[in-house]
Design a protein around this ligand. Structure first.
Ligand SMILES: [Cu+2]
Length: 111
């Protein structure tokens, strides 16, 4: 039987299972993509596995992603501040208890 890789998705009522709060917010329409996109989770994280901010063509505009040194529940994502359009933030993190989590949030930048 094939076993899943080390990254295991978890569902259920754990502290970190709820959807994170992002800035810009999910489905928001903003005037400009901020230099730093933030993703705030319900609990502390062990590490950031990976974050991409992709446009409709699949081009990644994230230049770095790291834990906020002042808040271990928050990921700060630096972007190249691209032009108008729709963007999807695809994130993968590992919670403090070692559980993996991933998801996607989209928002739009006005022309
Ligand atoms: Cu967990």
């Amino acid at each position: 039987m094939a076993l899943a890789p080390a990254f295991i998705l978890v569902a259920g009522a754990t502290a970190h299972s709820s959807a994170p709060v992002t800035r810009p917010a999910a489905n928001a329409v903003v005037a400009a993509l901020p230099r730093t996109v933030s993703i705030t989770f319900g609990g502390r994280l062990m590490r950031v596995v990976g974050v991409q901010v992709v446009d409709r063509k699949g081009v990644n505009h994230a230049t770095s992603a790291r834990l906020d040194p002042r808040n271990a529940a928050r990921v700060l994502v630096r972007t190249t501040r691209p032009a108008a359009g729709r963007y999807s933030v695809r994130w993968k993190v590992m919670a403090e208890d070692g559980h993996g989590q991933s998801g996607t949030v989209s928002f739009r930048v006005r022309p």
